[in-house]
Design a binder for this molecule. Sequence first.
Ligand SMILES: [Zn+2]
Ligand SMILES: [Zn+2]
Length: 250
Amino acid sequence: MNIVLDTHTHTLASGHAYNTMTEIIDAAVQKGLKLLAITEHAPAMPGSCKDFYFYNLKILPRFQKGLEVMFGVELNVMDYEGHVDLSEKYMECTDLRIASLHPPCIKPGTIEENTAAMLGIIHNPYIDILGHPDDGRYPLDYERVIVEAEKCGKIVELNNNSMSPLNSRTNARENDLIILDLCKKYKVPVVMATDAHASFMVGDMTQAIEVVEETGFPEELLLNDSVEKFKHFLNEGRKKSETLREAQRS
Ligand SMILES: [Zn+2]
Ligand SMILES: [Zn+2]
């Protein structure tokens, strides 16, 4: 597969990543990517940017050096109802929204609690992508999560960084195999992403590609080979989510 996009990266602004925005963009250009999302951690992550950082993203050019850049956010799930740490006003200032479970922000709960947290973010129309759901420290009822993700138009992330031996997430590879099988069964789109915290990691999806190949995951549901395809699924998901919210209101 020809990888043309990476939807999850961090810069110095996240507090525990090590390159500037310019360096991350240059790395993406060098890798031949067509689209890059820079998704800094939201404010509850120690050392990350404050709300107002996201407000000013409007000043940044969305095309740089032949690369399309989306300025997004990786939200922290804060409780077992799935509340996140950025208000709607600031989420609206971003181009892409990932939500993930992180130990500094939420303690791993029981499988019921973690699953309820995920269902909460799945029902939030602002969230586009479920970030690294493969983290074994937060056991999940994957079937419930993936079925609900399909209903609400969410994209599931296959996080390359989760499978690095240096990462503190556990059982990621085993969990990814289960997640991919369920996404195949329920026709849920998947995007591979590096979750790069340094420029050398941008666009390198070696482990993710291996898992995709092992499961024979269908190409039509894998969103990394075309910007148009990724945007199509993103927009369809947003419409689905909005329609569902409207129906619940009436
Ligand atoms: Zn994360
Ligand atoms: Zn991240």
